[in-house]
Design a binder for this molecule. Structure first.
Ligand code: ZN
Length: 176
């Protein structure tokens, strides 16, 4: 995790949580019993690739499921992190290192188009996982991680999603 101290991390967590809570109540007032970066009930259990994130209730297309949270890094700090698979580049000078335990969104696995039922949505410097299809309780929540990640981490071991053709970026679509 580089040089970010525990104290700094918890400060970031508190700030992030407060904002997420406000937004959460605005968007979905019935979620007050959920952890504050959760907008919908989710479960973590064995999924497509290791642990996965599952819908704990029916989720409608367009609804926000969960916020992707973590330690906020600037460009310089992000460049020093070479061990995390959970870096999410929000913009040129803001990267979220989502490898922290309290970022439940990190459990959502990748799926190639059109097998995903969610997408990552950047809003005002924050990252939300949003449903792009109606999702039934018990379904695994899957979204396209993007070309760069797929090329680096998924293509070498082979994608496990149910797509007939996997999108391995530069190499183009490759069949199973
Ligand atoms: Zn795939």
């Amino acid at each position: 995790m580089g040089k970010t101290s525990k104290a700094k991390q918890s400060k970031i967590l508190r700030q992030g949580s407060k904002k997420a809570e406000t937004l959460s109540k605005k968007i979905s007032p019935n979620t007050k019993n959920l952890p504050d970066h959760h907008f919908k009930l989710v479960k973590v259990k064995r999924g497509l690739d290791g642990l996965g994130l599952f819908a704990g209730e029916d989720i409608k297309k367009g609804e926000i499921i969960i916020e992707y949270i973590g330690t906020i890094l600037n460009k310089e700090e992000a460049e020093k992190v070479t061990t995390s698979m959970y870096l999410f580049e929000v913009n040129r000078n803001k990267t979220i290192d989502g490898s922290v335990r309290w970022n439940i969104a990190r459990y959502a696995n990748h799926a190639c188009d059109p097998e995903g039922n969610a997408e990552s949505d950047i809003k005002k410097g924050r990252v939300f996982i949003k449903a792009i299809k109606n999702i039934k309780e018990g379904d695994e929540i899957l979204y396209d991680y993007g070309e760069e990640f797929v090329k680096e981490y998924i293509a070498p071991k082979g994608c496990r999603c149910r797509a007939v053709k996997h999108d391995y970026g530069a190499k183009g679509h490759v069949s199973k």
